[in-house]
Design a protein around this ligand. Structure first.
Ligand code: SAH
Length: 255
């Protein structure tokens, strides 16, 4: 299960921190590191700080955008020191570990960490299905990134030692990050088409709808039904049809 969990670092500035993250991961039996546009990598400083976890660095995936780091993941958890109390209820690290390990029995799970200076952007947080926050001093809330990875990796490891949480009977696989993004883009377009949203003023409503659908964790079939409804509301205009994909319909559901 732990092998299904990937740690994603976005635009890390200091190569030493990347090494520190690799070390923290290996201590807790995590292996899959994904680096999104690291400022300096590979680097002797990263190797030095990894002290024995250079193999994780050698195997790390380096990618250009968050989208490709998380595309096939049905569960994407963003780590943030900052509260976004208006729409997010962050998980604590223990609850995060239970959720992540449950999902990791069948599918890849991403834990996403932000930049040392500025953390995650709100667009990046929008890509996450959940948020985790390590409780800390409100006057000095932000941990060093490798320390934050250490705390969360520790909770995952302890949960792993305690045994696998069982999946609920009949529970189906939630849709992947890429499928959810397809739904959100379709939703945005349909809400514009039917005049519910005004161009340029979609922000907050779409953010709330994202949260709503992430909470519901629909599976692929449910996403297809929702998109079929959106296409119907658009007057039969299907975004998939436009891009040459299969049209959603009741026949799809029946097949
Ligand atoms: N100054 C930045 C903090 C960046 S620390 C900010 O205000 O957002 C680098 C990364 O470590 C963060 O983006 C986050 O992913 C992680 N991190 C640091 N402290 C954390 C905490 N208390 N809870 C969860 N993640 C934390």
């Amino acid at each position: 299960m732990l092998e299904h969990i990937r740690v994603v670092l976005i635009e890390t500035s200091h190569p030493g921190n990347i090494g520190g993250v690799a070390r923290a991961m290996k201590n807790m039996s995590l292996r899959h590191l994904v680096l999104v546009r690291p400022k300096v990598f590979p680097s002797p400083e990263a190797d030095a700080r990894a002290s024995g976890a250079e193999d994780l660095l050698a195997e790390a995936d380096v990618v250009d955008d968050l989208e490709s780091a998380i595309a096939e993941c049905p569960l994407v958890i963003g780590a943030s020191a900052r509260k976004r109390a208006d729409i997010w209820a962050p998980l604590d690290p223990r609850a995060m570990a239970a959720l992540a390990l449950g999902q990791a029995q069948t599918a890849p799970v991403a834990l996403v960490f932000g930049r040392e200076r500025t953390g995650l952007t709100s667009e990046e947080l929008d890509r996450c299905s959940h948020l985790v926050q390590i409780p800390s001093n409100p006057d000095h809330a932000s941990l060093n990134i490798a320390m934050a990875v250490q705390v969360l990796a520790y909770e995952l490891y302890v949960a792993h030692l305690a045994g696998a949480p069982r999946l609920a009977e009949g529970q189906s696989e939630p849709a992947s990050a890429a499928q959810m993004e397809g739904l959100f883009e379709h939703l945005r377009q349909a809400l514009l088409d039917i005049g519910f949203l005004q161009p340029g003023r979609e922000g907050k409503i779409l953010q709330r709808l994202r949260r709503l659908f992430h909470r519901a964790r629909p599976d692929e079939r449910e996403v297809n039904i929702l998109r079929g409804i959106l296409s119907a509301a658009q007057g039969g205009k299907s975004m998939r049809a436009a891009s040459g994909e299969r049209r959603h319909s009741e026949q799809d559901e029946a097949s």
